[in-house]
Ligand binder design. Structure first.
Ligand code: SAH
Length: 245
């Protein structure tokens, strides 16, 4: 771009990804940039037909979906895990960006809306993201199945439910010794939410260890699982939200 050019020069998707991540201090390889930008292109294209995200502009997409999702990358709880479940992944957040940046880990993306998961399947094949599997169902049902219960090193979740409800959805999936990372917005509301969730977290075998300001919009609330979750949790589909613990 010439400095005195009057014309608007449109940036490529990959430029938005490269510039945005650089600004946030996240190092990326060329291959990662390719995957992140073609996934973004795919979501924005699908979004014209199926509601995946309210965000339509690439710069905002990079900030709200990529930089925000990648906040967990630097946490100690993310480092050595092998299996990660993203609960209520929607259009693939935070699961897809984390999976692209951590190809050695295996990701399971859960949502109760099959249509969204089909799009994720199609886009992850197209973008050569091989460490992602989608799983359709409600958390309350899936977490009562032996193959998923207490079977993941880490659960991540953004914008799904208030903390006490989320704890009941998520902690049953976590192995003892593993953790839940919840993406939350800092503030008084969160302080109250955490206070209200203290009993639920304890009942479910968890322990709130800390909340950490992320790079993006969110604060990460980290809950360690140190005991098995009693078999009666999660209660049947719909109950956790209707009657929070
Ligand atoms: N995590 C994404 C999407 C948030 S919207 C993001 O931050 O962009 C919440 C998503 O959670 C929706 O896609 C909804 O279908 C899913 N969801 C809500 N309750 C659920 C439940 N009990 N089990 C599984 N998925 C659920």
């Amino acid at each position: 771009m010439s400095e005195n050019s009057q014309k608007t020069v449109s940036l490529k998707s990959s430029d938005y990804v490269t510039l945005g991540l650089k600004k946030a201090g996240i190092e990326v390889t060329k291959k990662e940039v390719e995957k992140l930008s073609s996934y973004m292109d795919g979501v924005l294209e699908w979004n014209e037909k199926v509601n995946l995200t309210a965000i339509k502009e690439p710069d905002e997409f990079v900030e709200k979906h990529y930089i925000d999702s990648l906040a967990a990358l630097k946490t100690a709880e993310f480092q050595d895990v092998e299996t990660v479940l993203d609960l209520g992944t929607g259009g693939g957040f935070p699961g897809i960006p984390l999976a692209i940046m951590a190809p050695e880990k295996k990701f399971t993306l859960v949502d109760s809306l099959a249509k969204r998961l089909k799009i994720i399947d199609e886009l992850s094949a197209k973008c050569e993201i091989y460490n992602v599997e989608t799983l359709h169902g409600r958390a309350e049902d899936l977490a009562q199945k032996e193959e998923y219960r207490e079977n993941f090193d880490l659960v991540v979740s953004r914008a799904v439910a208030e903390m006490s409800v989320l704890a009941e959805y998520a902690l049953p999936f976590v192995k003892v010794g593993g953790a839940l990372i919840a993406y939350k917005t800092a503030g008084e509301k969160l302080d109250n939410e955490l206070k209200a969730a203290a009993k639920a977290i304890r009942l479910l075998g968890g322990e709130l260890i800390r909340s950490k300001k992320g790079e993006g919009d969110h604060t990460l609330v980290i809950i360690k699982k140190n005991k098995l979750t009693p078999a009666k949790y999660p209660r049947k589909a719909g109950t956790p939200k209707k009657e929070p613990l």
